[in-house]
Design a protein around this ligand. Sequence first.
Ligand code: PLP
Length: 400
Amino acid sequence: MNNCIYLDNNATTKIDEDVLATMLPYLSTYYGNPSSMHTFGGQVGRAIRHARNQVASLLGALDSEIVFTSCGTEGDNAAILAALKAKPTKKHIITTEVEHPAILNLCRKLEREGYSVTYLSVNGKGQIDPDELQASLTGNTAVVSVMYANNETGVIFPIEQIGQMVKEYDALFHVDAVQAVGKIPLDMTNSTIDLLTLSGHKIHAPKGIGALYVRKGVRFRPFVIGGHQERGRRGGTGNVAGIVALGKAAELAQVHLKGIYEEKRLRDKLEKAILSNIPNTVVNGDVNNRLPNTTNIGFKYIEGEAILLSLDQFDICASSGSACTSGSLEPSHVLRALGLPYSVLHGSIRFSLSRFTTEAEIDRVLEVLPGIIDRLRELSPFSSDDADWLKEQEEAVLAR
Ligand code: PLP
């Protein structure tokens, strides 16, 4: 399995070997508690300070603005709940229909608790309409939470334009940058962002570590209540090895950003060859505002899961974005929000690359994929001849 062609890097990434080597001593030799007074614990505290500086430097932030968390989900939850506490009289939240469940499910819970939530829609390219945001902002808006880049389509939102609008209403601005960090340059120096979430396992650090940027001056109440760790902003003895790993991963991400065009070149090669060699294929999302590593392609008239299973037989890992719930395969909420036709919704596959993706791997995918699609289309009960059936389904989907 270790020789698989891994094109599912938006789901999680391989730990970089340098990251692993940096963290391992903190699982064995340096096991002291960073809060201890003795020298043994003190050297662990120093390693955490260094990691904080590495993460801050990737974001153009101050060291004191970085709070280590356990994952992106915790960061997202902590940010929204802290923002609501910082604006106790305001009861309105704005987010988008295409956020990660870490935001969407929290917002649904908050609705049940009496908050009102506006879920901004997206157009067919997965972009929000700034006018809809403008019309939704009120004096009662406590926080606007918008992702930097979408995990399924890679579409990048106009973050600073959104932030300017948010600032007019004395609301806090949270950005889920879990997918953007390490793939596009970020700089908090002159940014409108108040709170920003990132996650280690998306940038070649291990799972179970993340960070939240909290702009200096923003009132922040902890989500995990306990000791005085993280300057009282997150209780609990930190995941030291994870923190050290995240620091190293952030340092390497900064270096890698300079060579990100190579990842983009391979993504573009894959995408262009698929579109020109396989009929009835379409790229989902705003192709001009996208992460350099992601492509989401709709293969019309076949099920995405069938494509994934066939790719798996060639040791190729990709993703469909569908969640198998109660035996039925529902297309993802993200692709549904784009209002894609039924034929595209069900046959969409996400390929997400990393700095470890090679040209030979892309060539191998391009070698086997046309055959897979041909075979599945021959087996498929749906084809372009089923126009009536498809039209009916499309209408049913759009009416939902
Ligand atoms: N936000 C986005 C956009 C994500 O893609 C993910 C993970 O896929 C998360 C949040 C959650 O991150 P974690 O898996 O670290 O909890």
